[in-house]
Write a protein that binds this ligand. Structure first.
Ligand code: PEP
Ligand code: MN
Length: 351
C-alpha cells in the first residue's frame, strides 16, 4: 500500500465527493485534496437512491470528467459499479479501481453479473459490506470476484442497516469485519466512516476507532461545499475538516511481536479468567439440566416468563453495582438464557 503524507502512514486512503456533480465541482475538490497523497479520488457516477425522484448521478459523462481529473492532478480515480454495463464503461474509460456498493453486495445475482463482466481484468475492486449484517453475503461477494480471477480485492466496512441505528446512519458492527479478517487474514479491510456516520461530526471519532482496530485504511466523503452537495450533504467533510481529520488521527502499530511484556502478563490473567467463565457456564448449564428433569416430571413448561423477567432485571441491577454496562450484561444473559432454554427443550423431548 502507498503511504499517505498526513497521518495515514501505510494505510489506504480514498477521498472525494459522494457524487460527481459537475466537472467544476470535481476540480475544486481534487485541487483541495490532491496534496494529501490520497491513493484514490472517489466520486459516484451512478447513484443508487432510495427514491427515483432523487439525484441519481450524471452517468457516463462523469467518467470523462474523472479522466480529466486523473490527468490534471495525477490522481488515481475510482467509482461505484452496480451492473456489467457500468463495468464495461469504466474499463473503457480507464478508471483505476471500482467499488461495489452495499445495496449491490446484498444481491448475489448482481455480484455474479459484475464478476463475469470483470473476468480476466486486473483492476482493483473494493467490496462494501451488504446492507444487512450477514457476513456470509459479504464473503460470497468476495468469493465470486476471486473466482472471476480478480486478485486485488479490498473490503469496506460501511456500517449495517438495523431497525435502530442509534446516533448513526448505519450501525458499525466492528465484530463483523474483524471476523472477516480472521477468515481472510490477507484481505485488506478499510472503513467508510462517512456512510456509518451520516453526519460530519461523527466521522473523526469513527475513523479513529477504525484505526484503533487496525483496519487498513479509510474511504471518506469530501466536498468543497458540503451544504450544497446533491447527495449526502450532512456527512461530507469540507476540505478543511478533511485536513484536520488527517492531522489528528493517531495510527498505532499492529504488529504482535512488539508488545510490551506487561501486556503478555495481563493476557495470561485474561486467559485464566476466561477459562473460569467457561467452567462456570458449564456448571450453570448442569444446574439448568437438573431443573429440566424436574420440569419434565412435573409437566411444567420450559419458558417461565416471570422467572425470566425477574432474572434479567436482577442481573442488570447487579451489573450496576459491579460497574459493568447493563446493556452488555443484558446481551450476555439473553444468550445464556437462549442456550439454557434450548438445552431444557432437548431434555424434555427425550423419551
Ligand atoms: C457511496 O459510497 O457513495 C455509497 C453509495 O455507498 P454505500 O454503498 O456504502 O451506501
Ligand atoms: Mn454517499
Amino acid at each position: 500500500m502507498k503511504t499517505s503524507t498526513l497521518g495515514l502512514t501505510n494505510k489506504m486512503l480514498i477521498a472525494g465527493p459522494c457524487s460527481a456533480e459537475s466537472y467544476q465541482q470535481l476540480r475544486e475538490i481534487a485541487k483541495g485534496i490532491a496534496e494529501f497523497n490520497i491513493n484514490y479520488f472517489r466520486a459516484g457516477v451512478w447513484k443508487p437512491r432510495t427514491r427515483p425522484s432523487e439525484f441519481e448521478g450524471v452517468g457516463v459523462e462523469a467518467l470523462n470528467w474523472l479522466q480529466e481529473i486523473r490527468k490534471e492532478f495525477s490522481l488515481k480515480v475510482c467509482t461505484e459499479v452496480a451492473n456489467p454495463n457500468h463495468v464495461e464503461q469504466c474499463l473503457a474509460s480507464g478508471i483505476d479501481a471500482l467499488w461495489i456498493g452495499a445495496r449491490t453486495t446484498t444481491n448475489p445475482f448482481s455480484v455474479q453479473d459484475i464478476a463475469e463482466a470483470l473476468k480476466g481484468e486486473k483492476i482493483p475492486i473494493f467490496i462494501k459490506n451488504p446492507l444487512n449484517p450477514d457476513l456470509k453475503l459479504w464473503i460470497g461477494a468476495i468469493e465470486r470476484l476471486k473466482k472471476a480471477g480478480i486478485e486485488n480485492i479490498c473490503a469496506i466496512h460501511r456500517g449495517f442497516s438495523l431497525t435502530d441505528n442509534g446516533d448513526y446512519r448505519q450501525t458499525p458492527l466492528w465484530q463483523i469485519p474483524i471476523e472477516l479478517k480472521r477468515i481472510f487474514p490477507d484481505l485488506n479491510i478499510i472503513c467508510d466512516p462517512s456512510h456509518i456516520a451520516g453526519k460530519s461530526e461523527l466521522v473523526e471519532s469513527l475513523s479513529q476507532t477504525a484505526m484503533n482496530l487496525g483496519l487498513d485504511g479509510l474511504m471518506i466523503e469530501v466536498h468543497h461545499n458540503p451544504k450544497e452537495a446533491k447527495t449526502d450533504s450532512k456527512q461530507q467533510l469540507s476540505i478543511e475538516e478533511f485536513k484536520s481529520l488527517l492531522n489528528s488521527l493517531i495510527i498505532s502499530k499492529t504488529e504482535e511481536n512488539i508488545l510490551p511484556e506487561k501486556i503478555n502478563i495481563l493476557r495470561k490473567e485474561i486467559d485464566e479468567i476466561d477459562n473460569k467463565l467457561i467452567e462456570l457456564l458449564s456448571e450453570r448449564m448442569n444446574v439448568s439440566n437438573k431443573i429440566a428433569q424436574i420440569k419434565k416430571e412435573s409437566n411444567i413448561s420450559v419458558l417461565q416468563m416471570n422467572r425470566w423477567n425477574k432474572l434479567l432485571f436482577d442481573r442488570m441491577e447487579y451489573a450496576k453495582t459491579a460497574g459493568v454496562s447493563e446493556s452488555f450484561i443484558k446481551e450476555i444473559f439473553e444468550l445464556i438464557h437462549k442456550e439454557s432454554v434450548k438445552l431444557q427443550d432437548e431434555i424434555i423431548k427425550i423419551n
